[in-house]
Ligand binder design. Structure first.
Ligand code: COA
Length: 181
């Protein structure tokens, strides 16, 4: 393992409303490319997320405990390669604040590309030292989108093959509370 100051830190940003098996697939593959991976959960008020930032961070945190078998998910504990942070500022500033140099994004299909390309160019102009790496989603995850998962769940459909088990449990409870309130 390189010295702390030479660590390659990546940041995987998203809204994660909710985190899906597609996101977890990207996380599992991204962590092999960097020494440390920060998962950046965007407040993203423009997308009017169903779950609060705290709820989305908590779901991701729980999934990381399950995935990496660590009690605490932060870089300071037990060689944990993952950290989950919420952010409400410019993405490139969040990358810098977390001492990351690499941005990771998932690409599911060609239609994702135009949007991702635009964001990538803008981020390059704002912070030329930050590189963006795109990981192509594995086949079984290419049709998963958080907005579709929410729609299916709100209409009573089964989302168990799209979201991980602990998120499924939380999401159903949170959704029921929100629909009733
Ligand atoms: N598998 C399955 N689904 C995937 C996926 C994968 N590998 N990768 C992405 N998705 C889905 C998500 O579920 C989501 O679906 P939805 O739109 O139906 O909800 C969609 O693809 C993309 O969402 P997500 O990955 O959460 O990213 P986002 O586009 O919501 O997030 C930010 C974009 C957070 C990176 C962007 O808004 C941002 O940078 N915000 C900070 C402010 C800023 O700096 N703005 C200027 C940017 S140039």
């Amino acid at each position: 393992m390189p010295k702390e100051s030479n660590l390659r830190i990546g940041l995987y940003p998203g809204t994660f409303d909710p985190v899906t098996n597609g996101h977890l697939d990207i996380i599992k593959r991204a962590v092999k490319l960097v020494d440390r991976l920060v998962i950046g959960v965007a407040l993203n008020p423009g997308k009017q997320p169903l779950l609060s930032l705290e709820e989305r961070v908590a779901c991701l945190h729980e999934e990381m405990v399950r995935l990496f078998g660590k009690q605490r998910i932060d870089f300071e504990s037990d060689d944990c390669p993952i950290k989950v942070v919420g952010f409400n500022n410019l993405l490139v500033n969040c990358v810098k604040e977390n001492h990351a140099t690499v941005l990771i994004r998932g690409l599911r299909q060609a239609t994702d590309f135009n949007y991702e390309f635009q964001m990538c160019i803008m981020n390059q102009q704002l912070a030329p030292d930050i590189e963006t790496i795109f990981l192509v989603a594995t086949e079984q995850h290419r049709s998963i989108a958080s907005s579709l998962v929410k729609e299916v769940a709100m209409l009573g459909g089964d989302i168990s093959s799209f979201v991980p088990p602990s998120t499924l449990k939380h999401f159903k409870t949170l959704l029921a509370k929100k629909v009733l309130s």
